[in-house]
Design a protein. Structure first.
Length: 265
């Protein structure tokens, strides 16, 4: 008798061969889930996720008429509204070329999705700029401060330091173009810090330092500074500096830290 081997067609339009005479297939692979027959794309949603300072992955998600969703990132056609600001690969990887706004767009089976992005290209650390400024004491005695040591505490130039002159001025002649953190110190004053300062050009900053709060005969630290330059040890805002023009600032940490300033009397 002649044996016949028949082929069968899967319901999702995937051709499958029907084995004859008990043959088998090694390591079968599950088919990728498909939308129901006749399902169409009703919307295309574009999202983004940072990969590095210079790149991000764009994702295109298709919403189908049967209620399902599908990642169609590698199947979509990608466009950038301005390739001088950002370029996009076929796999949806965006590369920042310059600072500015750009609209990215994905097209898939007649549906479109877009996303507007404000992009900033990080500075090149091989480029250097100057950082200068001045140092003074906080109100109510805003006198200039010389002899303050200003040091870079993070970034490629960590450890570099300068000292303010008699006029309170200081200058770093050449700092790498990147984000840096600074610290300023001087005897009799609290540590001053600034973090994540972007060096993307020559910059000038003002450093305002707080004097170290004194202690009284009982060893208690002052809680605030009064407008006439004296200190208070009060723990109550209404009583703080009531005879000294009002409170300028509360000492942190302390009971007056962050308290609203009392009006002058």
């Amino acid at each position: 008798m002649k044996r016949v081997c028949l082929g069968a067609m899967a319901t999702l339009a995937i051709a499958a061969m029907v084995a004859c005479a008990g043959s088998s297939v090694d390591n079968p692979v599950s088919p990728t889930p498909q939308a129901a027959i006749g399902s169409t794309v009703t919307a295309l949603v574009v999202t983004n996720q940072l990969i590095s300072d210079m790149t991000m992955q764009l994702t295109a998600t298709a919403r189908m008429s049967d209620g399902s969703t599908r990642d169609v990132t590698p199947l979509a056609t990608w466009q950038s509204s301005n390739t001088s600001i950002a370029t996009i690969s076929a796999s949806g990887v965006l590369t920042i070329v310059a600072n500015g706004q750009v609209e990215v767009r994905a097209d898939y089976l007649g549906a479109s999705g877009s996303l507007r992005l404000v992009l900033a290209r990080p500075p090149d650390p091989r480029v250097h700029f100057a950082l200068s400024g001045s140092v003074r004491e906080v109100n109510p005695t805003p006198k200039i401060l010389g002899g303050v040591r200003i040091a870079i505490s993070s970034g490629p130039d960590a450890g570099m330091a300068v000292t303010s002159d008699a006029g309170g001025r200081f200058r770093f002649a050449s700092i790498s173009a990147t984000r840096v953190s600074l610290e300023a110190t001087r005897d009799g004053f609290q540590l001053w810090r600034m973090t994540n300062l972007m060096i993307d050009g020559d910059k000038q900053i003002e450093i305002v330092m707080y004097p170290t709060p004194p202690t009284n005969s009982s060893g208690e630290t002052a809680t605030g500074r009064c407008k006439d330059g004296t200190w208070t040890w009060s723990s109550s805002i209404p009583n703080a500096c009531s005879d000294n023009g009002g409170l300028v600032y509360g000492v942190c940490p302390g009971p007056l830290c962050g308290a609203p300033i009392a009006p002058p009397r």
